[in-house]
Design a protein around this ligand. Structure first.
Ligand SMILES: [Zn+2]
Length: 247
């Protein structure tokens, strides 16, 4: 009972980082380690549309008209997901919040339900490195796993065998524009979260190294009764890891 109470308070971990910082990959790994779902706005919206829910129909109309899906609607979808039993012990959020209004909404929602406020991790990368990585990135159209051109000779997805594709929005010009927009939106968020719950980690190096830093930063939030490695990695307070020097 006490374990359940404690894990209930784990709450959310929010991952922020430039497109191509490996956010999606790290969110999935973190979620798997903690046994909680990884939620991304894009994926949540797609689910609603696919399932034809009333919200999904509204979203579909908005997208067809080329309109943005507003904070209110995204908030409704997110809160429905967070109420789901799979999110009882927490979740990893990738791509949400994007705005201060969304960040406030999330804080309020979690606080009202007796969860801790989210820990926020900013995955810090070197822009040039990301451009190089993204422009040589391949994606599985089925499961959306990403591969680099160098480590995928077969051109097929390792999990489902689908033929990998190079996304049009992974081109230099498009990437730079996405960076500009992302930074414009993210700076206010970093200011909002500044303080004890914001962790900044170097997202350079191998995914395993990045994941290690991520666990050092937030692993303590999800100590479980199952005797996992998490307890040993407890780090009190804020951790700032300076970026590794570029090779
Ligand atoms: Zn796949």
């Amino acid at each position: 009972m006490r374990d359940r109470q404690r894990s209930r308070r784990a709450g959310a971990v929010v991952l922020l980082g430039l497109p191509g910082s490996g956010k999606g990959t790290q969110a999935a790994r973190l979620a798997a380690a903690f046994g909680v779902p990884a939620l991304s706005t894009g994926e949540m919206l797609r689910c609603e549309v696919r399932d034809g829910t009333p919200i999904g129909q509204t979203v579909r109309h908005l997208i067809e008209r080329g309109a943005l899906v507003g904070d209110d609607l995204v908030g409704q979808i997110l809160s429905a997901r967070l109420r789901h039993s799979s999110c009882q012990t927490g979740c990893v959020l990738d791509g949400y919040p994007r705005t201060i209004a969304q960040a406030r909404f999330l804080d309020r929602f979690l606080r009202n339900r007796g969860f801790r406020l989210p820990a926020v991790v900013y995955l810090d990368v070197n822009k040039e490195e990301v451009v190089a990585r993204l422009s040589t990135r391949l994606e599985c159209p089925e499961c959306r796993r990403t591969y680099s051109m160098t480590d995928c000779g077969s051109g097929l997805c390792g999990s489902d065998g689908a033929r990998l594709i190079h996304r049009a929005d992974d081109d230099h010009r498009v990437i730079n524009e996405r960076f500009r927009l992302y930074e414009e939106n993210t700076k206010p968020l970093l200011r909002y979260y500044a303080g004890a719950r914001l962790y900044r980690i170097a997202a350079t190096g191998a995914p395993d190294q990045v994941f290690g830093r991520l666990m050092e930063a937030v692993g303590h939030r999800y100590e479980s009764g199952s005797g996992s490695i998490l307890a040993e990695r407890r780090v009190p307070g804020k951790v700032i890891l300076t970026p590794a020097t570029a090779g």
